[in-house]
Design a protein around this ligand. Sequence first.
Ligand code: ASP
Length: 585
Amino acid sequence: MYRSHTCGELRTPDIGTRVILSGWVQKVRDKGFVVWVDLRDRYGITQLVFDEQRTTATLLAEARKLGREFVIQVHGEVIERTSKNPQLSTGDIEILVSEIKILNPALLPPFTIEDDTDGGTDLRMKYRYLDIRRNPIKNNLIFRSKVAMEVRKYLSEQGFIEVETPYLIKSTPEGARDFVVPSRMNQGQFYALPQSPQTFKQLLMVGGLDKYFQIVKCFRDEDLRADRQPEFTQIDCEMAFVEQEDVLNAFEGLTRHLLKEIRGIEVEKFPRMTYDEAMKTYGNDKPDIRFEMRFGELNDVSQHRDFQIFNAAELVVGIAVPGGASLTRKEIDHLTDWLRRPQIGAKGMVYVRCNEDGSYKSSVDKFYDQEDLKKWAEATNAQTGDLICVLSGDTMSTRTQLSALRMEMAERLGLRNPLVFAPLWVIDFPLLEKDEETGDYHAMHHPFTSPKPGQLELLDTDPDAVRANAYDLVLNGNEIGGGSIRIHDKKMQSTMFRHLGFTEEEARAQFGFLMDAFQYGAPPHGGIAFGLDRLVAILGGQETIRDFIAFPKNNSGRDVMIDAPAPIDKAQLKELNLRLENNEG
Ligand code: ASP
């Protein structure tokens, strides 16, 4: 038997008990006549004591030889501590050791295994197994497991069944590149790893399973942005005989259950907002509604003077930053510089201070009088003491820039409190999205999403105007889930593929199986997928998803611990009949 108890459970009532503990040496403190060792495992830390009076000289000498992270087993008796440590749940007791066994010595770890470690990210990732011994990461993984359990519990209770779908499949377009796997038995042919189980879950609905879910890995070969992982986990769901309303209600239920069970928070009915409204009011399709600073469009009240920059703009739009009037000229200049950085790309910023005496002072006083500025204040809902920040230019980029400013100001003002949760449904997404470079249209959600009833005809005449039965769940400015009501009719699916630029043959070759299935009695269906990694991070009050993944990849998509991706040997290449251009292989 390695242990009778864990390192986290012994308390005062256990005093006098003989115990066996196993764990890692966190720390050795040698005071000469007495040696203390902190013994750690997943459950906590228990102090071991060796001293000149009560311990044999050999045992004391052995304790002195222990190094950090040695794996040891001890036998001993629980005794009361003379100086108690109220910080520690086991702080009232210690173990007077009678026997010690080194189960495995350890090299000195490359960083300290403490809550605040001296290890940088690279080092921590290379030795992730040591990083996981630290409380913050360990607790995140425990937290993640708890969230996953609650998801399974809730969805099963609602009648969803968990079904595994294959990982070696054919491409499913979700807007990214596929990771491919060469097939040895079918040379020259490749599997694709699923970007999501989209087509399979639809086929499960054709199969009559009615309500499906799966906590599932998805793979997308995208250019990596900060905090994106090439493989990530979704809570993937699909339901038959449902309309948008049914899906929204079901998954609002799940989210509410999680907020309650995990965070103890009860949330009212989630607000809803159309995509158009979100873009207009927040410049963003995943607005953070924990704070105001709504956009006020100012075209009507700013394009009647001689200020050419505004007159030439497609959109003039502002936000009122609470208390911002007290910013100094220099601070505002810094803000403007921040907006001008290439990452944001604004040309400049016009501002208005809303003074305490009710007057306005703007950077464009030459062009606008107090009456004009008052209208700007009304449009942006500015109060005395606020700073109105105004940007102008083409609609899309101006909105994006002002949205970035809004988030930045909220961050600086401490309005993004991670312990406040503000969910929001964004609905009525456009069906299609235009690629500005090529002019081609692609599906904004995915090609299986259905247009709103009666809008199919618009595809030929005004494709930008077609709205879809597609929705996102947004939490604190993050998209945590997205889904749609699907097409379940073969003809409509072919029309859709045609509009997305597939020839009949291409559509047939790639998705013939799905369209065939639609001919054998496909029920109306729809679903959603939540990003589990991000959801867990947000519920955990953090934004970095990497800290909630046991073995994440770095920003270049590498696993620096196992050193992947890596070349494969020549024999393997040969077996697969693959040749690398720069390699004799
Ligand atoms: N397959 C979609 C995605 O991965 C989710 C859905 O439409 O249910 O975003």
